[in-house]
Write a protein that binds this ligand. Sequence first.
Ligand SMILES: C[S@@+](CC[C@H](N)C(=O)[O-])C[C@H]1O[C@@H](n2cnc3c(N)ncnc32)[C@H](O)[C@@H]1O
Length: 376
Amino acid sequence: MGTSGGRLILFRSAEADDAGLIAELGRAGKVARMQSPGLVLVEEEVVGAGLPVLAWQGLPGAEFVSAPSINAWARLLLERLGPVAGGPWRLHVLPHYGVRATERMGARAWHTARHQERSRTEAEVTAGAGEHRCRLIENALRELLKQQGRQLLKGWGQSELPFLPEESLVQLWLCSPEQGWLSVAPAPLPSSWKLSPFVGGEIPVAVDKNAPSRAFAKLVEALKRLGRQPAAGESCVDLGASPGGWTYVALQHGARVTAVDRSPLREDLMRNPQLTFVKGDAFSYHPVATVDWLVCDVIAAPQRSAALLLDWLSRGDTRHFVVTLKLRGEEDPDFLNDLRQKLTALEVDWNMTHLNANKGEVCVYGSAKIPVEGPR
Ligand SMILES: C[S@@+](CC[C@H](N)C(=O)[O-])C[C@H]1O[C@@H](n2cnc3c(N)ncnc32)[C@H](O)[C@@H]1O
């Protein structure tokens, strides 16, 4: 068993876009380098600024560790669990053998699958070398804790909800059967770190052959990351809604949806009594009263979508939001940093990430910190 380390943070790059992540960190004044494909290392604590957009997860205080067997991994974890003892904690163990853990489905493949009426379960699209070893390590740790760490076992929880202030996070990313990166982050996890409650920050892309468009998966994923869904009867405005994937998701949750687009939605959605369709320009639409949800997937310059979101939030027009920014690679390099600062100044809980279901896009989602009072 061996270790080496220091003040390191390791990021798991979204879509294995290491160059993009290194460039993003560089714009924030951080020197980063690829540790191995899909993993980017920075030699100082930078999570205080939140996860970069192009990182799915971070390992604060990452330490390179090795163990020759499953049982040795369990013993090593037990040795390192001291800082999380006495409170609830979660463990994320994942393989990162330089292989993508999630098989992606391109638009064409999705349509083919849909037309052939082949549906694929989330389990089927989740694969990955070493998964089995990770589960064995977790099982071996559980057995060890039964003998030597009852209190720790009691605190070990599993959830994909956002972290509570009292929860700690322990992460082990195996690079090979005998080597990996370990991070022990005791509670309270600073909210500014924005660590993902999903293992490796990854969520399998949802599949639903009845959805009117593949875009529905973006909203499904954003809601999972947000840890909140529209409740029955809540109001939702969907800007740039056609053909209706996001509206379809909101309606399934029982929300009342106002869909704004220049084109109508799929016919069955247009007949839904919970839907009001407004034919027109998304940027000129203003709600008459505060709504529960603003969701916006409009095709527009990202600066326009960002400005729209900031306007809605500064007027108190929505409680929760999910907005796509269609990046074109031509934006001012400081565009996303400016948006971060403006959202922080507005005192909203915000997240900005490249979703598993995104292609060349960024999703901004979150909630107003102080619930907006009823209709104005
Ligand atoms: C990516 S699609 C939205 C897909 C939708 N979220 C779904 O799940 O089916 C973008 C939509 O934005 C609409 N759009 C673009 N500019 C718009 C504008 N200024 N006002 C209203 N709709 C607009 C387009 O007509 C298109 O239907």
